[in-house]
Design a protein around this ligand. Structure first.
Ligand SMILES: [Zn+2]
Ligand SMILES: [Zn+2]
Length: 401
């Protein structure tokens, strides 16, 4: 439900290569049919990672080493009452191998219909999810997903909690990482003391393969499940690639139907058009839970952003390459010309991540023209115009005024 019908493990691995992702989650491992597919199509590639048994065609020539490897990871949706309120939150679960996956499926099965959706709804608390997966295997890890979004997140305005402790109780110490989500960036999360010392991670939350890598986390060292868990537990993130948080669907407050898009502080909680309660976005929730002012950021010449007062992993803000090319060409994101140019850049210059963060303007210009090169540089340095997203509507990034 809710994902592209074109998704297969082969498509995922091939697009991960285009995007510059080395390790990605297989997703949906609690679904019996998909789990059977995973067991059939993946084989161990060392230290808790998995690779395709059958290569997609073009990789016969280019070689297996280019292909992304998989980690066994999924997302579950917890819906349960606590303290007289209904809570809903999404959690990511990582597992070191198929034995652990089988154990997790057995543990979850009494609490939800695992076959009904790739991301099952469980009548199980966040705390109990952590306890039960750690009982299956202590190398499992649970990460609150897109932590600030209103409807299904640990800190969401609609059905979340005000602290990790309220949600996870005695299991809070086992929650080592938080996924910041598309609508918030690390600097916004630095304002919440409870998150100090926890890894702030970003993943693409992609429902189609073309969106892989739109956010990602970079770790140092050789890829492996053990290394990944160790890094998460020690808070050792090298850097993260982020959306411009305004581009996320829930940055501002508002009502989509009424066309009302407001900052926190610009309203009294009610929609000026229909009078009903506004959907409070990510910025609003961070403002209400923050205990520190925003830390000023400094930008490196390549656009990398760092805090100026505390030692934290730096981050970069990305605009998806197809959006940059589309605006440069004056064409739609899905148009043939735009798709062609993106694939040409991937083939001639490097992965999308490389093009967006590191490639020289002349390299990009040779393949896709000077306007694309200029667009990439402007996006890299944040020289752009953004209309923030609100109430489920993505924000709009414009590179040229
Ligand atoms: Zn989710
Ligand atoms: Zn309204």
């Amino acid at each position: 439900m809710g994902t592209s019908s074109a998704l297969s493990l082969q498509t995922l691995a091939a697009w991960a290569d285009v995007k510059g992702v080395d390790v990605l989650a297989c997703s949906d491992f609690t679904h019996p049919a998909w789990l059977a597919e995973l067991k059939r199509s993946l084989r161990p590639a060392g230290d808790g990672l998995f690779e395709l048994t059958d290569l997609p065609e073009r990789y016969d020539v280019r070689g297996r080493e280019r292909l992304a490897r998989f980690v066994l990871g999924t997302e579950v949706s917890c819906v349960y009452p606590q303290d007289g309120r209904s809570h809903r939150l999404h959690l990511l679960v990582l597992a070191p191998g198929f034995d652990a996956v089988d154990g997790i499926c057995r543990a979850f099965a009494p609490y939800g219909a695992l076959a009904s959706d790739g991301r099952p709804t469980l009548r199980l608390s966040g705390r109990d999810v952590v306890e039960s997966v750690l009982a299956v295997d202590p190398r499992c890890e649970v990460i609150p997903a897109h932590a600030w979004t209103p409807w299904y997140a640990i800190f969401g305005s609609k059905s979340g909690f005000d602290s990790l402790d309220d949600c996870f109780g005695d299991m809070t110490g086992h929650v080592h990482a938080i996924e910041t989500g598309l609508s918030s960036d690390p600097a916004m999360n630095w304002r919440v003391p409870e998150l100090d010392g926890r890894a702030l991670v970003s993943f693409s939350d992609a429902h189609s393969a073309q969106r892989l890598g739109r956010e990602l986390t970079v770790f140092a060292g050789e890829p492996g499940y053990g290394a990944l868990i160790e890094a998460l537990r020690a808070g050792r993130v090298e850097w993260t690639a982020e959306f411009y948080p305004e581009e996320g669907k829930y940055h501002h407050d508002g009502h989509r139907k009424c066309g009302v898009n407001l900052r926190p502080g610009e309203h009294d909680g009610r929609c000026p058009v229909c009078g009903r309660r506004l959907t409070l976005g990510v910025l609003h929730r961070i403002e209400s839970l923050a205990q520190r002012p925003p830390e000023p950021l400094a930008a490196d010449p390549d656009g990398t952003l760092r805090g100026t007062e505390t030692e934290r992993p730096p981050f970069r803000r990305l605009v998806p390459l197809a959006e940059v090319v589309a605006e440069a060409f004056g064409r739609g994101v899905a148009s043939k010309a735009v798709q062609r140019a993106c694939l040409d850049l991937a083939a001639c210059v490097g992965s999308e991540l490389h093009v967006l963060t590191a490639a020289g303007p002349s390299e990009i210009e040779q393949v896709a023209g000077d306007r694309v090169a200029e667009g990439v540089m402007r996006a890299r340095l944040g020289h752009l115009f953004i209309r923030p997203g609100f109430d489920g509507e993505y924000g709009r990034v414009q590179i040229w005024d």
